[in-house]
Design a protein around this ligand. Structure first.
Ligand code: PGA
Length: 267
């Protein structure tokens, strides 16, 4: 697949990631996982990931079949241990999860996480051999002021600043325009053309900074109001390697429909 002179690796994995946010008790999480495990079949080239709330990670890690699904944490602290009340370090998550969502827009905008904090979290993931899913995305006002390109580049530069060249293949990027994330006031789903424009910005930046080969290989997911009716359109955008799904990942039928679509389109 060729886009702007960049040739995307067609054997690259596809990722479908469900971000459960602050939903489900431990019991509900376990029942839901049981349902998913019964209905999901492993497929080569497709990585399915769920990100339950932190309290459910340990019990689910005992229940999960890692051939079918992997676990992600929704957040972490960048320090390995210490006097940080209420926090969980990447070191503590090691052995439980394969992925950590870092810099989600709710962390950036509701909990005021700075680019520096996010950079340190990405580095902590790499140090602990866990794949960070680095979320980037512009707000509605940044978009309306024509700042999307600068915002995406700044978030990429800062988020990846402490990742060595050799470790760049351990990073996943998720593009989530804040204005398209359900739950955000006035949110509305993005049209694929908007996403394609941002994908171009992201891939070009990666190519200019790290070279074509790294830019082509780095998985890039899309997230924001994804559901079974629009998932197909997002998955066919050149340069998109998967989806980060919030609301629709809480409903088994919808999440599974999206997984099936991904298999049809990507594998
Ligand atoms: P949404 O959430 O699919 O409910 O919009 C996506 C996300 O915040 O990761």
């Amino acid at each position: 697949m060729v886009l702007l002179g960049l040739c995307y690796n067609t054997i690259m994995r596809t990722y479908i990631v469900g971000n459960w946010k602050m939903n489900f008790t431990i019991g509900e999480s376990s029942i839901y996982l049981h349902k998913l495990l019964k209905r999901i079949k492993p497929a080569r080239g497709l990585q399915i990931v769920i990100a339950p709330s932190s309290i459910a990670l340990q019990p689910l890690s005992l229940q999960i079949d890692r051939k079918k699904l992997k676990l992600a944490a929704q957040n972490c602290n960048a320090k390995d241990y210490g006097a940080y009340t209420g926090e969980t370090s990447v070191t503590q998550l090691r052995g439980l999860v394969n992925y950590i969502i870092v810099g989600h827009s709710e962390r950036r905008h509701v909990f005021n996480e700075t680019d520096n904090m996010i950079r340190e979290k990405v580095a902590a993931c790499i140090r602990n051999n866990i794949t960070p899913i680095l979320c980037i995305g512009e707000t509605e006002s940044q978009r309306s002021f024509g700042e999307t390109k600068d915002v995406l580049r700044d978030q990429l530069i800062s988020g990846l600043a402490d990742v060595s060249r050799e470790d760049l293949d351990k990073v996943i990027i998720a593009y989530e325009p804040v204005w398209a994330i359900s739950g955000v006031k006035g949110a509305h789903p993005a049209v694929p053309d908007d996403i394609a424009e941002s994908v171009k910005i992201i891939r070009e930046h990666l190519s200019d900074t790290y070279g074509k080969e790294i830019a082509e290989k780095m998985p890039l997911l899309y997230g924001g109001s994804v559901n079974p009716s629009n998932a197909g359109a997002y998955l066919t955008i050149p340069g998109i390697d998967g989806l980060l799904i919030g609301g629709a990942s809480l409903i088994a039928d919808q999440f599974i429909d999206i997984i099936e679509l991904a298999k049809k389109i990507k594998l």
